[in-house]
Design a protein around this ligand. Sequence first.
Ligand code: G4P
Length: 203
Amino acid sequence: MLYFREWGEYPMNSLQKRILKDGKALPGNILKVDSFLNHQIDIDLLRLMGRDFYELFKDKNISKILTVEASGIAIACYAAEYFKVPVVFAKKGSHKNVGPDVYTAEVFSFTKGPSYEIAVSKLYLHPEDKVLIIDDFLANGQAVLGLQKIINEAGASLVGAGIAITKAFQPGEQLLLDAGIDVRSLAAIESMEDGNVIFRSDS
Ligand code: G4P
């Protein structure tokens, strides 16, 4: 995979370097990161990513990290090591194992088909919480909007969203910015044409 940047060199972070080394850009603008992020997991990389998220949000008095199962959990946990706060993950599908006292949201998935429900127990989100959302991919933004709804229902504050890989050519990022969410990405991909991943310069 090649990396182009017409306006000169800049230091890439660990995730960006790894995407260029081991990511696979598939037809349909799908980036395969199974070998290090969302099937096999490279914990040394996740530790570095956790530190990068901490650097982005360390001044925000985060009290809780919120993500969605499954792939967000490991990333959120490594970030939580630095913030020293608990991780809560929203459960997908039927929420019968969480109990009746849950906040729920419907998430429409453009990439994987129909909508699904996410749920978080009312025990684990409180009005005084300052919540950082962490997720692996941002494509259409629906998962983050669902989490935002849950945070709002809990009366907690959404401080921002830390995303590992943002497909910046899809609508999600702008949707979240328009909703007033402070979205920051470790790797914002501007385009993936012909198998070449091009990062946006500010990520
Ligand atoms: P959205 O939340 O931003 O609206 O995303 P969208 O519905 O478009 O995508 C839903 C699922 O597809 C998410 O996983 C997301 O991580 C994944 N996805 C989107 N684009 C890519 C891509 O280019 N590469 C890979 N590998 N995954 C992509 P999910 O259903 O939540 O799955 P999981 O967390 O259980 O693994």
